[in-house]
Design a protein around this ligand. Structure first.
Ligand SMILES: Cc1ncc(C[n+]2csc(CCOP(=O)(O)OP(=O)(O)O)c2C)c(N)n1
Length: 608
């Protein structure tokens, strides 16, 4: 069939087993061919094609609600709900979102982007249906890594014994998070997976044996499973447990899902899938390189990512101080795979567990261990309480690396790093910094570990830095916690931090503006001596921050100006009360009046 003719999933119900298989194969070819053209989540989506076909075959979306955890594995759902024509715009500005998106379709019933929300959302949907007396099932699709998240356990704890509602939890087990799944829950699932052997055996015997013998073997299988799997955590928690089952066998999936529709109890349906199925390299990938792929044919970026630079610096720093790294599931994106191999006894991947990571880091620091906690800005929000209460309140010396700070681009609204400065600003004892360039990375990191006893935050963006240093060439120099003047000027003062300073420099040059450019690399506390000097110039002051402005540097500067009765004209550029959607970085800067033209537009009035 022509995938481009699909308007909604109703056509599926009429398809034969063979046609459903052919459909899966067409979708797989489409995804393999097209995801690399736009960039996107390749492996997770190749693993869920049969499951999503079976779900739409058995259930009636949107009356039956599908809740995709994270939402990065739902491309087949997008195709079956009539969005294939927009796939060429996937993750592009004003194009199709890479995640579930309320604006796109009534079939998109839960938006998240952050892992571990699906089971709580499931309970919300089930209770809403119960209260409103609405028909329909609630089905959560959650990966074996996301189910280990603290939030997932909080919901699992409740739903299993709840007599008011019944939910279906599909545990999509591919043994992988972005990299390999970690921890004892993952080990428990491995134990269940030992039954996988039976799945393979079953497929073979189904072909060669008559049905009555198969039924008999089925009973033997259940008996053997009972013997091997005396304990099952889900059954112990009150769920019916079905599985493990081959998640690529559409017929088997349909059979089981139809059974689940009939039962009254909440159920965990454990399916085994292969991440990257049908794409040779993605199937082999046990590191996570194919979890998300970037757009094919993009010009090769010169230099390395900020994350990689930080990890190289952390490696070099080990000469001076032996640090421990607590990594919540982002080893690949944060470029800590090499570090983890080199210092296995000083590194732990704790899985998708930002709250746990923060408290564990606090506890390590309390024991006198120098500790680095790398968090993506957006995921750090998860650990707000743990950072505030366990790290900041108690003034523990944890160095927190805030990765993907600022606008992140194609991942979109759930992943923007816009709130970390506001979040850390309100926390006692926390020092917040952002390096302008490679040299400042080394200086600030060294300062954070060697010269600080407070919680120390160093934030860095998603982009790239020009040079790619060798670990042995990285030098650490001591700095004072002060701002620096990058460029002198007399008519206006421009304050910012991080690579945004380059934007200000470029506008200054373009306008031939007589502006002073100040690098506020210590965002908190502000450099009051420097602020007095700047304010006394009596010139306008512009503060440019690529983040949400409430509680950021600008309000602190305003407070300082008011307290000291300075009357300079104050100007601000930042993101105010707006959601920044997915799209290319520069488009988003433009859309939110933060780009070169926008800065130029404001500063042109100050050219003399
Ligand atoms: C709170 C949070 N932390 C980290 C991430 C980054 N992340 C996105 S997908 C993913 C792995 C998910 O693995 P799993 O749930 O097993 O699904 P799979 O991709 O294997 O299908 C991670 C760590 C996130 N989305 N949310």
């Amino acid at each position: 069939m022509n995938l481009f003719d699909i308007k909604d999933p109703s056509f599926l119900k009429k398809l034969s087993d063979k046609e459903l298989k052919a459909l899966a194969s067409d979708i797989r070819s489409f995804l393999i061919e097209n995801i690399p053209k736009t960039g996107g989540h390749l492996s997770s989506n190749l693993g869920t094609i049969e499951l999503i076909i079976a779900l739409h075959y058995v259930f009636d979306s949107p009356e039956d609600a599908f809740i995709f955890d994270v939402g990065h594995q739902a491309y087949t759902h997008k195709i079956l709900t009539g969005r294939i024509n927009e796939f060429s715009t996937l993750r592009h500005t004003d194009g199709l979102s890479g995640y579930i998106n309320y604006q796109e379709s009534p079939h998109d019933q839960w938006e998240s982007g952050h892992s571990g929300t699906s089971l709580s959302a499931l309970m919300g949907i089930l209770y809403a249906k119960h209260i409103k007396k609405e028909a329909g099932e609630g089905i959560a699709i959650i990966g074996d890594a996301s189910i280990t998240n603290g939030m997932s356990f909080e919901a699992l704890n409740l739903l299993g014994t709840d007599k008011n509602v019944k939910g279906i939890i599909i545990l999509n087990d591919n043994e992988m998070s972005i990299s390999r799944s970690v921890g004892s829950f993952s080990m428990a699932l491995t134990r269940f997976r030992s039954m996988k052997l039976f799945i393979k055996m079953k497929r073979f015997w189904q072909i060669v044996l008559p049905k009555f013998i198969l039924n008999f073997l089925g009973r033997v299988k259940r008996g053997l499973r009972g013997f091997f799997q005396r304990q099952n955590i889900f059954e112990d928690m009150g769920y019916m447990y079905v599985g493990p089952t081959d998640g690529h066998d559409i017929k088997g999936l349909i059979y089981n899902l139809q059974r689940m529709k009939k039962i009254k109890k909440s159920v965990v349906f454990h399916i085994i899938t292969e991440k990257g199925k049908g794409h040779f390299e993605a199937e082999q990938d046990k590191i996570g390189t194919f979890h998300g792929v970037s757009k094919q044919g993009e010009p090769k970026k010169i230099g390395i990512s900020w994350s990689e630079l930080i990890s190289l610096n952390m490696d070099a720093l080990q000469e001076h101080v032996k640090t421990f790294v607590v990594m919540p599931a982002m080893a690949v994106g944060a470029h800590f795979m090499e570090f983890s191999k080199k210092y296995p006894d000083r590194y732990i991947d704790v899985g998708i567990a930002e709250e746990h990571a923060a408290t564990m880091a606090a506890s390590l620091a309390h024991q006198g261990i120098p500790v680095f906690l790398p968090l993506y800005a957006t995921f750090a929000q998860r650990a707000f309480d743990q950072i505030l209460n366990d790290i900041a309140r108690s003034n523990h010396h944890v160095v927190i690396g805030i990765d993907r700070a600022g606008i992140v681009g194609e991942d979109g609204s759930t992943h923007q790093g816009l709130f970390d400065v506001s979040m850390f600003y309100l926390m006692p004892h926390v020092v917040i910094t952002m390096p302008y360039n490679e040299k400042e990375v080394s200086e600030l990191l060294y300062y954070g570990f060697m010269k600080q006893n407070n919680p120390f935050v160093m934030r860095y963006p998603r982009g790239v830095v020009a040079s790619s240093p060798k670990v042995e060439d990285i030098k650490f120099e001591e700095i004072e916690p002060v701002w620096t003047v990058l460029e002198q000027g007399k008519e206006i003062v421009l304050i910012s931090y991080g690579p945004s300073l380059d934007l200000l420099k470029a506008v200054k040059q373009d306008l031939k503006l007589d502006a002073m450019i100040v690098n506020a690399r210590f965002i908190k506390p502000i450099d009051e001596d420097m602020m007095h000097q700047l304010a006394r110039l009596g010139k306008p002051i512009l503060v440019y921050e690529e983040l949400a402005n409430s509680g950021s540097l600008y309000p602190q500067i305003l407070k300082f100006m008011a307290k000291n009765a300075y009357k300079n004209q104050m100007l601000e550029m930042s993101i105010t009360e707006q959601v920044v959607e997915h799209g290319f970085y520069h488009d988003m800067l433009k859309k939110h009046q933060m780009d070169f033209d926008a800065v130029k537009n404001i500063l042109k009035d100050y050219v003399i």
